[in-house]
Ligand binder design. Structure first.
Ligand SMILES: Cc1cc2nc3c(=O)[nH]c(=O)nc-3n(C[C@H](O)[C@H](O)[C@H](O)COP(=O)(O)OP(=O)(O)OC[C@H]3O[C@@H](n4cnc5c(N)ncnc54)[C@H](O)[C@@H]3O)c2cc1C
Length: 456
């Protein structure tokens, strides 16, 4: 019987930054028999700000110049005046600066050969999406299963499914997702759609369905779902209005004329080297409005299924335990519980104790957060995913060029080389993300050269 399903060279599951960048890179190399599908019922503004750092921007440029240019990169020439340097300051509880992170483009450009930009996740997605023919991207297709045959992969999708929450990449308020869901007609499609592809790129984020299917009933099963990282975020993006006396004291003791600061009790951490301690980011939005994000090393059961008031009290107690001054807990006491949120951070460890390949099986390959999602403490999740995409598009382009989409040996070799190249670096990146709050300036300098200075 003739095959009634379309057969793609490459089917990409997930229209996040990594899936889209992969599609653009393939198209750039003349591979057009591709499709990107996403479970979202429509593309809409979700997600937090994402920093693209020099290594991520270099990866994007290697994927396609158009993708790099679509990010609205400032054009610098010898006539351009350097912008006034803005910083994110890390301070100890005495208000002394212990580390600074420059926020402008120029500093990074001069030091690492590429700049730094910051944009909302949705803008990143939209900028990339606009570079692809709309016919190549299909929303409202959730991959629910797949099966590998000797010749291709069958991918099964459903439409009109309720969106599961994504605790990692799309931060949105519960009100936002509820109101959107209410407007949706949530009736599962009667028929499961089948698609076929020679290769499948699983770019479906940290809660990857494909990863779970790939690992099920195998020695890798314990790593199918993301693991709790040991850290959670609790926060309120607008504490409003903050009384003048509190604002004045916070300005005098901590902000001075700065807008974003991170506070941690360095003395406590130095005295307890094996023990972690809370870190608090506070941002001054002007006009008497402050926001905060508290990163807590805490057991998952203390966070999950708790009332906002319980979590706020927990946050205050943990700050007191870590000797944060009363002015900080006074600020938290002003939180409007409607605006308070909590998010556990998960990760897919890049180094579980196993000798098996982790990131591919035959014709299916994992990229981005599906392969190595991690907490955002070093702003590298998307940047590393773009490095994956840059590597992988070249590997796939070589397979296509040599007409090897039917050569399972060649495919396995290419996907294994991708993992061998990328996974050791991801081990380093995950360790860095979880430990960099303890680093000295020398350690930051070495990391900067190793990560931002590299060019995939
Ligand atoms: C608070 C916070 C701040 C962050 N800051 C930074 C930063 O500054 N810099 C940085 O580099 N990274 C940052 N990150 C991490 C970054 O957002 C992620 O690493 C990045 O989005 C991963 O991209 P991805 O394409 O792999 O996955 P995602 O962005 O998660 O995209 C996955 C896509 O797949 C779709 N999908 C999921 N399941 C299915 C399915 N079964 N079928 C079809 N489609 C599916 C989803 O709808 C989604 O569109 C941050 C993350 C958080 C939470």
């Amino acid at each position: 019987m003739p095959n009634s399903h379309p057969l793609y060279d490459v089917l990409i599951i997930g229209a996040g930054p990594v899936g889209l960048a992969t599609a653009i890179g393939l198209q750039q190399r003349g591979i057009n028999n591709i499709l990107v599908i996403d479970q979202t019922r429509e593309f809409r503004p979700v997600g937090q700000f994402v920093d693209l750092l020099p290594n991520g921007l270099k990866a994007l440029r290697a994927i396609a110049k158009s993708a790099y240019e679509a990010m609205g990169i400032p054009k610098l020439d010898s006539e351009t005046k350097p912008e006034a340097t803005r910083f994110w300051y890390r301070k100890n509880l005495q208000g002394e600066v212990t580390h600074t992170i420059p926020l402008g483009f120029d500093y990074w450009q001069q030091k690492y050969g590429e700049g730094r930009i910051s944009l909302p996740w949705f803008n990143l997605q939209t900028n990339l999406r606009n570079l692809l023919d709309p016919a190549l991207i299909q929303a409202n297709h959730r991959c629910i299963n797949f099966a590998q045959t000797p010749h291709d992969v069958r991918v099964y999708c459903e439409k009109n499914l309720k969106m599961p929450s994504n605790p990692f990449a799309h931060w949105e308020s519960s009100q936002e997702s509820e109101s959107t869901e209410k407007n949706q007609d949530i009736r599962p499609h009667k028929n499961t759609l089948t698609m076929e592809a020679k290769l499948v790129v699983a770019a479906d984020g940290i809660n990857s369905t494909l990863r779970q299917i790939l690992y099920q009933n195998s020695a890798l099963e314990p790593w199918a779902k993301p693991q709790y990282s040991g850290w959670s975020a609790l926060g309120c993006l607008a504490v409003d209005p903050v009384p003048e006396d509190i604002l004045d004291q916070l300005t005098r003791d901590y902000f001075q004329d700065q807008k974003v600061i991170s506070l941690q009790n360095d003395a406590l951490m130095a005295a307890n080297p094996g023990q972690d301690s809370p870190r608090l980011v506070i941002f001054n939005q002007g006009r008497g409005s402050l926001g905060y994000l508290l990163h807590l090393p805490i057991a998952l059961e203390k966070i999950l299924h708790q009332l906002p008031i319980t979590l706020l009290n927990l946050a205050i107690k943990e700050l007191e335990k870590a000797d944060f001054p009363k002015i900080i807990t006074d600020l938290l006491c002003l939180t409007n519980l409607d605006n308070f949120f909590s998010r556990p951070y998960y990760l897919h460890p890049a180094n579980p104790c196993t000798q098996f390949p982790l990131w591919s099986q035959k014709r299916v390959v994992l990229v981005g957060d599906a392969a190595h999602g991690m907490p955002p403490f070093s702003a590298q999740g998307a940047n590393q995913g773009l490095e994956d995409a840059a590597y992988l598009v070249k590997a796939i382009a070589t397979l296509v060029k040599h007409d090897q989409l039917d050569d399972l040996g060649a495919i396995t070799e290419k996907f294994q080389a991708y993992e061998n190249h990328r996974r050791p670096f991801m081990e380093l990146m995950q360790t860095a993300a979880l430990e960099n709050h303890r680093w000295t300036e020398t350690q930051w300098e070495i990391y900067g050269q190793q990560v931002y200075g590299r060019d995939i």
